[in-house]
Design a protein around this ligand. Structure first.
Ligand code: FES
Length: 273
């Protein structure tokens, strides 16, 4: 069960795994996520589905090796099995009916943005992809995005690849060129999504973000993933993970996201010992 069919290092800290999970592959849609446990005692970790193949019965995940649980996952190899792989969870992204969309991905968030861009492309929408990374070494999924977008902008913070600058610079340039988007879909670090939303609010463009807070059960029971959206408490695992970015309280989400940093540091150190 949940055998690793393929493992591929995309960059020094990001890995792609194709997992045998036919029941999930049959139902998965872009925007949904799974929760895995690499071992019986492992931590439960949510990851958005990066791709799926219904015929092969596989689900692709892309993860950044940032803490104890992802280090544990990364020690598994092709042929090994994950202990748990639960999903698909969450509400699929709403992409039907959109004619022209800017899909903005930041860092490993591109792994979540890609299946949405792919689905939009399959539905005949005009897709402008804007992807941003800290530097050239961290670039992932470039060819995949090129294959599903009508226009693509590659941005790096240090200018070592593509254009130097932030994804917000590229998005504003495209808007100023006269591109009229039905929607902007932004997926990446919280700070990036916050500033994309700030920009699109000025131009009055509907913007969807994918929130990835701390999750435990993934079924709406623990409250760990709660967010404030439009003044109301929402659970990312069942109400999202996609939300109207103009209504999300990003400052609260940033604060909650930093609460366990020390604990995560200890877990990472323990895993390295
Ligand atoms: Fe527990 Fe969402 S993860 S309520």
């Amino acid at each position: 069960m949940f055998r690793i069919v393929k493992k591929q290092e995309l960059n020094p800290t990001v890995t792609k795994m194709v997992i045998e999970a036919p029941l999930i592959a049959r139902k998965a849609e872009p925007g949904q996520f799974i929760i895995f446990r690499a071992t019986e005692d492992g931590e439960r970790v949510p990851l958005t589905i990066a791709d799926y193949d219904r015929e092969a019965g596989t689900v692709t995940i892309i993860y950044q090796i940032v803490g104890g649980a992802t280090m544990e996952l990364n020690r598994l190899n092709e042929g090994d099995c994950l202990h748990d792989f639960v999903g698909p969870l969450g509400t699929p992204s709403h992409v039907e009916g959109l004619k022209k969309v800017a899909v903005v991905g930041g860092g490993v968030g591109c792994a979540i943005a890609y299946p949405i861009a792919k689905k939009l492309h399959e539905l005949g929408a005009e897709v402008h992809a804007i992807v941003g990374f800290r530097n050239r070494d961290l670039v992932i999924l470039e060819d995949e995005f090129k294959a599903v977008s009508n226009r693509m902008k590659m941005m790096t913070d240090d200018g070592s690849y593509g254009e130097k600058g932030l994804v917000t610079n590229a998005l504003e340039q495209l808007i100023k060129e006269g591109n009229q988007y039905d929607e902007v879909i932004a997926i990446g670090p919280l700070v990036m999504m916050k500033f994309v939303c700030k920009l699109t609010k000025e131009y009055d463009i509907k913007t969807i973000v994918s929130m990835n807070p701390i999750m435990i059960d993934g079924t709406g029971m623990c409250g760990g993933c709660r967010l404030t959206v439009g003044g109301e408490t929402k659970f990312a695992c069942v109400d999202g993970p996609d939300f109207d970015g103009h209504l999300v309280d990003f400052d609260e989400a940033l604060h909650r996201g930093s609460m366990y940093r020390e604990f995560e540091q200890h877990a990472r150190e323990a895993e390295c010992e």
